[in-house]
Design a protein around this ligand. Structure first.
Ligand code: ADP
Length: 633
């Protein structure tokens, strides 16, 4: 018998689970039952898809036994089973990606927030909340030998050869004092009904029932086995037969989340294509949403048979936060992965599902501002990714995304923005490339503020990529007499461009320009090729200077982002246009100055402060400090 040590993360996880999920400990049964159900799904699939499994005849089922006296519960399935190396791999390590980083977060958050654990789906290990020892006896389908994994959930586990009549897995829990209460018919039945009622396979419970004679005395005991779950795949039931609780329960049982979902979207398609989909939007974004190797949340079934939960093509990447099920009537059962990717039926289901999801999001935004705010606080960013990758749905995605604003609290939509616009205003304005605080303090906003023009504050990195590509916002205004939709369009313009001030009617008077020219020229000479140009500003009120990008140049923030993404070749060097406020005392003080070192110091300080206030890094901070001190003294 080999004694092995758990991977360190497992030990940590065990410790955390036992201490933070305690008030919820009955979920251990849900977790073990859904593992059994997955194992049955897998084997059922293989018996239709793979020749070598086709001869296996089996009636998939899950059996639960218990003993009040011995304080044990046994859950057994006749699914795919595990051999010795599967046992070591599945129950001795945490194989799932992203786990390590997540564990760290879990450590800090777990005490405050049990949901994190729910989201992660701790699975099997949760049984150690109620058990002092667990034995897992398993035999893998098509293999002769069986194996037993044993552990007390502390540091070690053991694996030894064992006996099992048929393929499948038996999990035997030796309950601890706190877990003893679960060795009861009523507890088990209630937990299964609450959590696992929709599991597609029959779950049987075996129990003792007392027999009574005519006089009301106990005659003896009979052992009975009864099916305790309902077993209909909920997504196949008509909507009117389902209650809100049914949807929530099913989600919790399958979605690795202990919190109710924000939204469920249940669709039955009949006609050319027949399928059922049941999608859920989690309240909190899945923890791996921004990991490149995120886990897909959508399972594919064909005629109720589970096919895969690991196909990221079922929905577009940007909708990776969606959980749920697609069940098709038309796909062949033995459809292979490679074929799946190009399968026309699946592509059609996917496109229709995307349209359905987006239109449900839109309805939510119209029906409940509060709920939509909750939704967008989690999923604004992936939806913006959609604008980049899903051109076919640009219009609706543009309506769904939200931005902060110079004028209103919270987030706003393009649609609300244009409805607040004054009649004079022609375009939609935005400022981007920094955090909210920096952007709101930018000198670029001074003229807009003075003219009471709202500016969208785009403080997410992705805005920088998506918004320039979008270019304009199109709003449906009604339908014409032929029934065609009519639109109004607005250009979406950055305030950080050279010509932006002119658009809002800012002008420079000729006298001021003539007066400032010598100062502008001397600053330009002093800065040399550090800038593309130096101009007298029309947009500044309180600040002495600001930088803008030339009409078709990329912004510095954009270039920095491309660099951060590893794109270094062929990147143009950023050359800003420096705008000078001719009315500012610092600038005025330069009039008539001939001392070239003072002019140079001031010019450099004007440029550096304009960069700093936009949240950008200076290439030579020491030089800036040096010049500043010289001017101050
Ligand atoms: P998860 O189910 O989230 O992957 P678990 O800790 O519950 O995590 O289970 C780990 C792995 O152990 C499963 O992914 C599966 O491969 C294996 N496993 C657990 N229970 C069974 C079972 N009854 N039959 C076959 N494999 C199982």
């Amino acid at each position: 018998m080999a004694q092995c040590q758990f991977q360190t993360e497992v030990s940590e996880l065990l410790h955390l689970i036992i201490h933070s999920l305690y008030s919820n400990r009955e979920i251990f049964l849900r977790e073990i039952v859904s593992n059994a159900s997955d194992a049955l799904d897998k084997l059922k699939y293989l018996t239709v898809a793979k020749d070598e499994y086709k001869s296996l005849v089996f009636e998939p089922r899950i059996d639960i036994n218990f003993s009040e006296e011995a304080k044990t519960i046994t859950i057994s399935d006749n699914g795919i089973g595990m051999n010795d190396s599967d046992l070591a791999q599945s129950l001795g390590t945490i194989a799932r990606s992203g786990t390590k980083a997540f564990l760290k977060e879990l450590g800090n958050e777990a005490k405050k927030n049990n949901n994190l654990i729910g989201q992660f789906g701790v699975g099997f290990y949760s049984a150690f909340m109620v058990a002092k020892k667990i034995e897992v006896t398993s035999r893998k389908a098509l293999e002769e030998r069986a194996w037993k994994w044993t552990s007390d959930g502390k540091e070690y586990y053991e694996i030894e050869e064992a006996k099992r009549e048929t393929h499948g897995t038996t999990v035997q829990l030796y309950l601890n004092d706190e877990g003893a209460e679960f060795a009861s018919r009523w507890r088990i039945e209630n937990i299964i009904k609450q959590y696992s009622n929709h599991v597609a396979f029959a779950i049987f419970l075996t129990f003792n029932e007392k027999e009574w004679d005519d006089k009301g005395n106990v005659k003896g005991n009979v052992i009975k086995t009864e099916r305790i779950n309902d077993g209909t795949a909920i997504w196949r039931k008509p909507k009117n037969e389902l209650k809100e609780e049914d949807y929530i329960e099913f989600y919790k049982q399958t979605g690795h989340d202990s919190e109710a979902p924000l939204l469920h979207i249940h669709t039955r398609a009949e006609g050319q294509l027949e399928y059922n989909t049941l999608f859920y939007i989690p309240k909190k974004a899945p923890f791996d949403m921004f990991n490149a190797d995120y886990k897909s949340g959508v399972k594919l079934y064909v005629k109720r048979v589970f096919i895969t939960d690991d196909d990221k093509e079922l929905l577009p990447v940007y909708l990776r936060f969606v959980r749920g099920i697609i069940d098709s009537e038309d796909l062949p059962l033995n459809v292979s992965r490679e074929i799946l990717q190009q399968n026309k039926i699946l592509v059609n289901i996917k496109n229709a599902s995307v349209k359905k999801l987006l239109s449900e999001f839109k309805s939510l935004s119209e029906s409940s501002k509060e709920k939509y705010e909750e939704f967008i606080s989690q999923y604004n960013r992936p939806l913006k990714e959609g604008l980049y990758s899903d051109w076919g749905n640009t219009e609706i995605l543009t309506e769904l995304i939200r931005f902060k604003s110079s004028k209103v609290e919270g987030r706003t939509s393009f649609s609300d923005y244009v409805s607040r616009m004054g009649s004079e205003q022609k375009h939609i304005y935005y400022i981007s490339g920094g955090d909210e605080k920096t952007l709101k303090a930018s000198p670029l906003l001074e003229a807009y503020r003075a003219k009471d023009i709202e500016v969208l504050v785009m403080d997410e990195e992705i805005d920088e990529i998506v918004i320039p590509r979008l270019g304009q916002y199109k709003k449906v205004t009604g339908v014409d007499k032929d029934g065609k939709e009519t639109y109004k369009e607005w250009e979406i313009k950055s305030v950080g461009r050279a010509g932006a001030d002119e658009e809002i009617g800012e002008t420079v008077n000729k006298d001021a320009e003539t007066e400032a020219r010598p100062v502008i020229e001397s600053i330009k000479t002093a800065l040399g090729d550090k800038v593309k140009d130096v101009r007298l500003s029309r947009r500044l009120r309180d600040s002495p200077s600001c930088i803008v990008a030339d009409e078709n140049d990329p912004s510095m923030q954009m270039l920095n982002m491309l660099k951060a993404m590893g794109q270094t070749e062929n990147l143009p060097e950023f050359k800003p246009i420096l705008e000078i406020n001719g009315e500012h005392p610092v600038v005025k003080s330069l009039a008539g100055v001939t001392d070239s070192s003072k002019i140079e110091d001031t010019a450099q300080v004007l440029l550096c402060q304009a960069l700093l206030v936009e949240g950008l890094k200076l290439s030579d901070p020491a030089d800036f400090v040096h010049r500043l001190n010289r001017l101050l003294s």
